[in-house]
Design a protein around this ligand. Structure first.
Ligand code: APR
Length: 262
């Protein structure tokens, strides 16, 4: 639970958020752990258990898209633990807290590395999914995104409903460039921010991991909520160590208190 230090740190973080001109957030797999989805690194991480995946998934997909689609559909329909947990997961208190901060006008934008769609289900709208979204497909020719459910799967690989081009999962594969629209939007948001709330990311994967650095370079404040130390912990204005599902609701309450106090 929270010692006295944590409570005062939460109040300090809340004051920074409440008085920020343009606060944004960057989230990673850690924010979804309490929804039952394992992270990638650290304790219980998928890469910790199985080793990092091959870095040429995108190149292999492009070499044989039909086979790539067949493998992807098999994975989605498989009842392996990770697929099942992804399909069953619901937002936890941390996602709901982020959506509340957005609704209250405190959080101007969230960039997430997660593909689990939980921020959207929780109600976050001002959102950039920099690694894509598992419930969507994306055309690599025209960039059109739409729900998986809307795609005509009678032919594999499915053709884009808008331009007839090549459609793939919206999830950014290893070796695949980050879609230009997502990259541009996350860069723009980072450039505008005077405060960033970094939640549940080991901050080692780029370009997402460069976002907090941009905010620090612009003299902005960094609030970190994480279970383990990261490369940003020592640069954080406030580093809150613990579970996002416990800390974020406390942070939201403290922000509400700080805003009513002023
Ligand atoms: N609350 C807060 N933080 C947590 C929790 C929790 N309940 N559980 C774990 N964490 C922290 C861990 O300490 C770790 O630092 O969340 C972080 C998760 O780090 P990663 O597993 O590396 O996830 P992420 O940073 O999102 O990975 C980035 O790597 O493999 C790629 O595309 C994948 O988007 C992913 C990217």
């Amino acid at each position: 639970m929270h010692g006295h230090a944590q409570t005062s740190d939460i109040r300090t973080a809340a004051n920074i958020l409440a008085s920020a001109r343009y606060a944004i957030a960057l989230t990673g797999a850690g924010i979804s752990v309490e929804s039952g989805i394992p992270p990638f690194r650290g304790e219980g991480g998928l890469w910790t258990k199985n080793g990092e995946p091959p870095m040429d998934g995108y190149q292999r997909f492009m070499a044989d898209p039909a086979e790539g689609w067949r493998q992807m559909l098999d994975r989605r329909n498989s009842d392996d633990e990770f697929s099942r947990k992804l399909a069953e997961a619901v937002p936890n208190e941390a996602h709901l807290a982020m959506a509340r901060l957005e609704r209250d006008g405190v959080l101007k934008h969230t960039v997430t590395q997660n593909i689990d769609n939980l921020h959207a289900i929780a109600g976050s709208v001002l959102l950039t999914e920099i690694h894509g979204n598992r419930t969507k497909v994306r055309c690599i020719d025209c960039g059109d995104r739409r729900p998986f459910a809307d795609i005509d799967m009678s032919s594999i690989p499915p053709a884009c409903a808008r331009c007839g081009g090549m459609v793939k999962t919206d999830v950014v594969m290893f070796g695949e460039p980050i879609p230009r629209d997502a990259l541009r939007e996350s860069d723009e948001q980072a450039g505008r921010a005077d405060c960033i709330l970094v939640v549940g990311t080991s901050a080692v994967v780029y370009p997402a991991a460069a976002i907090p650095e941009m905010v620090l370079q612009n003299g902005g404040a960094l609030i970190e909520v994480n279970m383990d130390p990261t490369p940003y912990t020592r640069h954080a204005t406030v580093a809150l160590h613990g579970r996002a599902g416990e800390i974020l609701p406390l942070l939201v309450d403290a922000v509400v208190a700080a805003r009513t106090a002023t």
